[in-house]
Every structure is written in C-alpha cells, then in structure tokens.
Design a protein around this ligand. Structure first.
Ligand SMILES: *[C@@H]1O[C@H](CO)[C@@H](O)[C@H](O)[C@H]1NC(C)=O
Ligand SMILES: *[C@@H]1O[C@H](CO)[C@@H](O)[C@H](O)[C@H]1NC(C)=O
Ligand SMILES: *[C@@H]1O[C@H](CO)[C@@H](O)[C@H](O)[C@H]1NC(C)=O
Length: 360
C-alpha cells in the first residue's frame, strides 16, 4: 500500500513538473514569436532586446497642420516604429479627427504650449517645450524641427539613414557681424564673439537637445534683449546687408540655438548646415523700411517636378559672409544637402505629392 502511494505520488509529481515545463516552453516560444513579429527577422538575438533609435519630428504650427496629408504618406512608409511625432500648436487648439485626417498627429500635441508671437522669444520657448517632451522617450536620438509649411523631399528610409548616420547635429551657423542685431546689453553673459546666426530649422542630437532644455543662462538674456523690429509677420532678415537702421532687429529663433552651442563650446560637434531648404526673395517695396529678404512661398503654379529636382540637386551651400562653401555629404559620400523644404501651400504640396517626385 505504502509503496503504491509513493509511486502514485511520484508519477503525479513527474506529471506536474512536465506540465509546468510545457507551460514555460509555450510562454517562451510565444513571447519569442511576439518579439520576432515586432522586429525584422534578420536581427540576431542580443539586438532583439535593444530598442531601435528613433527620430523625433517636432512640428511648430500655428493651428492645424495643413500639410499633414504629405507627412501621413511619409510616415506610413516606416513599418519599423522608428519615429515619434510631437506638435506644438497654440493653446486652445486641439488636434482631433475634426482637425486632422492623419492618425500620426492625434494625441501628439504637447501640453503646456505657449502663444507664439512670430519672431519673439515665445518661439524659442516652444522649441524648448517640444525638446523637453521628446527627450522623455529615451529611444529618441535625433530631434528634427519642422514648420507647418515644410515638406519631406525623400522617403522615410532615406531620411532616416541620412540623419542617423551622422552623429552630429545639423545646425546652420555663422558668425553674425551685421550691425544692430547683437544687443550690447547681452554682454557679458553672451559675449559678442559667441554671437551666431542661422536657420531655425535644425536637427539636434540628444546631447545638444539636452543642452537646450537645461539652459538657464542664455535663454533669459534672449527673452530680455533679443527683440525683433516691428515689421510684418512674414518678414525675415538675411545675412545680406539691407537694413541701415540702428534699431535692434534680433530674431530669437535665428540666433538662439546657434549662439547657445557656441557659448557651450559645442560647435565642433555640429555640421554647419540646415537640412531644410528655404528660398529667399528680396521684396521690392516703395516703403524702404519694408525692403528685405523673406522666404518664398510656393503656390500651386510653382509646384512642378523641376522645382523639386532643382532643390534635390543642390550639393553645396555658399556662406557669403564667411566666404565658406559647405559641400554636402552623407556616409562619407557626396550627397544632396536638403531633406526637407519650405514653404509650400496646401494646393502646391498636393500637386507635388501627385507628381510622385518625393520617392515616398
Ligand atoms: C497631455 O496630457 C494628457 C492628459 O494629461 C495626456 O493624455 C496626453 O498624452 C499628453 N500629451 C502628450 C503629448 O504628452
Ligand atoms: C527611397 O528613396 C531612395 C532615394 O531616393 C531610393 O533610392 C529608394 O529606393 C527609396 N526606397 C523606397 C522603399 O522607395
Ligand atoms: C491629387 O490626387 C488626388 C487623388 O487622386 C486628388 O483628389 C487631388 O485633387 C489631386 N491634387 C492635385 C493638386 O492635383
């Protein structure tokens, strides 16, 4: 009797442990399959558990994003979960199914947005808010600033490889020698030899994004002493001397990141060009005060494949004030300079998308 019981017990135990083993095996295989499904099968085991680096696309919009349909096609081409989207829009405006048809922009609006007065310190405040939110996700390794009139020029894969293969930030930056833009009151916190200018549309790596968010020195000086001259909203100053007025005309978003990186001694870590193409036009007005360079907005009739090809063909940029020519390269090879372009109206962007010249 005793022996039989012990035999029964033993076989019962054996059966139990077998069941447990099978269960564990199922769990393991199951989770492995799940992992494989969310990762390309070409990856080897250690990489399966590492997260893919992502690019954070940071949109600065007035209200809605009129070109969301172009970005929708662009993002759809990525099936590897290699990007995140953040949008800064004016307080009170809500991205919903009523204001965007693209799911990529739903629930992507940053909280605590500020009212942007174009060319005021509130613009760089918006940039700092976007970076701060995007940095929370540790897989975000590059931070791309985009406006509501920007379009991508290439497909997602090309854009991703181009940006990720360069460890530096892309920041268009040059010593700004034009009189009237540097306010001597910034001295000594921001000395004139650290004063830089460039495009607002930069691409930052994680280290530089953190530098911007942590900055408590340069930002307050900009808030106080970098003010735009009272001119129409679209008005933009350029490195070419046009203005003779003594009034300070400082545009925070065209000086802040450049000057901060110079101040922090990080200029050796940047590629000194912007990835966003802007065409500049000298507006001729009877009113001399309003003469100046401003960005061209492409309309439906301008939106041809020749236009896109001519932007894609640019492989070098000449900086007149520094007599410096930047030859563009990616992965050690000559390459197009620009991945994005502005400014496009909605009909223009729609026409370009239909021409299938964006490679998306
Ligand atoms: C903003 O806050 C709401 C509610 O607190 C949250 O659901 C949403 O995800 C937040 N948005 C972002 C982009 O963090
Ligand atoms: C993406 O664009 C690049 C450059 O234009 C092209 O070589 C590549 O074939 C495109 N990839 C896809 C998947 O369309
Ligand atoms: C582009 O194509 C779509 C779909 O065929 C069409 O609805 C739209 O009107 C076209 N846009 C332009 C500007 O040609």
């Amino acid at each position: 009797m005793k022996r039989r019981t012990s035999f029964q017990n033993r076989s019962q135990q054996k059966w139990k442990s077998r069941l447990l083993f099978m269960l564990l095996l199922c769990l393991c295989v199951g989770s492995f399959i799940l992992l494989l499904e969310s990762n390309p099968p070409t990856m080897n085991l250690p990489i399966l558990f590492a997260q893919k680096p992502k690019i954070a696309f940071l949109f600065i919009a007035r209200n809605r994003l009129p070109l969301d349909f172009v970005w929708d096609v662009f993002f759809q081409a990525d099936n590897n979960n290699r990007f995140t989207v953040f949008v800064h829009s004016r307080p009170g405006f809500l991205f919903s199914k009523a204001t965007t048809k693209s799911p990529y922009f739903l629930n992507r609006q940053v909280n605590g947005s500020v009212q942007i007065d174009w060319g005021e310190a509130s613009m760089i405040q918006a940039e700092r808010i976007l970076l701060q939110k995007a940095l929370v996700d540790h897989t975000n390794e590059r931070f791309v600033f985009l406006s509501d009139s920007c379009i991508p020029l290439y497909n997602f894969s090309y854009t991703y490889d181009y940006i990720m293969s360069t460890p530096t930030s892309f920041v268009d930056s040059f010593a700004d020698t034009k009189e009237g833009r540097y306010n001597p009151k910034m001295h000594p916190v921001v000395p004139v030899n650290n004063w830089r200018k460039g495009s607002q549309w930069v691409v930052l790596n994680r280290k530089h994004a953190e530098t911007v968010v942590k900055d408590e020195t340069v930002f307050p000086v900009f808030q106080q002493h970098c003010k735009r001259k009272s001119l129409p909203e679209f008005w933009r100053d350029q490195p070419f001397p046009v203005d003779t007025s003594k009034e300070h005309n400082c545009i925070p978003d065209e000086h802040y990141i450049q000057t901060l990186l110079a101040q922090e001694g990080l200029e050796k870590e940047i590629t000194r060009r912007s990835l966003t193409h802007t065409a500049w036009d000298l507006s001729v007005s009877k009113d001399n005060e309003r003469r100046g360079w401003h960005p061209v907005t492409y309309k439906f009739s301008d939106a041809t494949s020749q236009l896109i090809h001519s932007i894609k063909e640019i492989d070098n940029i000449f900086y007149e004030t520094e007599n410096r020519r930047e030859w563009c390269s990616s992965k050690g090879k000559p390459s197009p300079c620009f991945l994005f372009a502005r400014k496009f109206t909605r009909p223009a962007a729609s026409r370009i998308l239909n021409l299938s010249v964006l490679g998306t």
